[in-house]
Design a protein around this ligand. Sequence first.
Ligand SMILES: NC(=O)c1ccc[n+]([C@@H]2O[C@H](COP(=O)([O-])OP(=O)(O)OC[C@H]3O[C@@H](n4cnc5c(N)ncnc54)[C@H](OP(=O)(O)O)[C@@H]3O)[C@@H](O)[C@H]2O)c1
Length: 262
Amino acid sequence: MQETIVPVLPQGLAAFDLSERVAVVTGASSGIGRSFASAIVQAGGKVVVSARREDRLKDLVAELGADNASYVVCDVGDHQSLPEMAMQTNNVFGAPDIVVNVAGNTVRKQAEDLTPQEFLDVIKVQLMAPLHVAQQFVPGMKEKGWGRIINIGSITTSHALPGTTAYAACKSGVAGLTRAMAKDWGPFGITVNAICPGFFATELTAPVVADEKRWRGNAERTFIGRNGVTEDMHGALVMLCSEAGRYISGQMLYVDAGFTAN
Ligand SMILES: NC(=O)c1ccc[n+]([C@@H]2O[C@H](COP(=O)([O-])OP(=O)(O)OC[C@H]3O[C@@H](n4cnc5c(N)ncnc54)[C@H](OP(=O)(O)O)[C@@H]3O)[C@@H](O)[C@H]2O)c1
């Protein structure tokens, strides 16, 4: 077998630099996606943020600066609309090098009460969209021979939590999806990984945060005794998006302060 010539890794913090990179982040109108878009800009990258709520995206772009950020409104559960979303995205800063699939929803119900429509609504956004969004941008990555795709798993990727049937099925599916995407696209210089967050206070987790006993219990189960703030994931994100993460692929990176190891 012929040895691959491995390019020299930029030294020190330069390996984490995203200044030559363009990213698209879905689910960026709030919570983790919004925070991740900032992290990418802070690491020098440019970002196209996407979600359904245009007012929120406009505010974020104003905060990040129009030289660094732009937005495209899109419902990622409507898979037919993704080619248009990709065209608009490509027209801003060129074809993205990095796709971060953060858009997410859930239905909190006991397993016996979940309807087929509710299940499907979660599957479309949490499980199908990460693939179908990535598909739009993989041709551009293949052309460059370089790409990064980051999906979002969860504690439910590997552990049961109450009332999460649809969510857990999708987040477990994200593990298989991530490995399969990584396998198919690895030969083209594309890595695919998932960040699996612990508990972070966002709109999605508002009902869990409101249950003080449960929220405190979640914090106590971590090794460091607190729930997360979204900045706790920035290091993992930037590593996976940058040269520093070039030999990591097909992995679920739990950023949960040990919750799933406890
Ligand atoms: N917070 C946590 O503790 C935690 C833990 C593990 C995993 N996660 C995962 O992290 C991801 C982000 O969640 P979050 O906690 O940051 O919640 P969030 O603040 O509610 O953010 C969800 C984002 O997804 C977008 N979204 C929802 N449905 C969409 C659709 N059909 N099309 C386009 N965008 C859509 C929302 O924007 P619009 O409503 O404007 O479209 C919003 O920007 C999700 O995948 C979630 O499952 C979160």
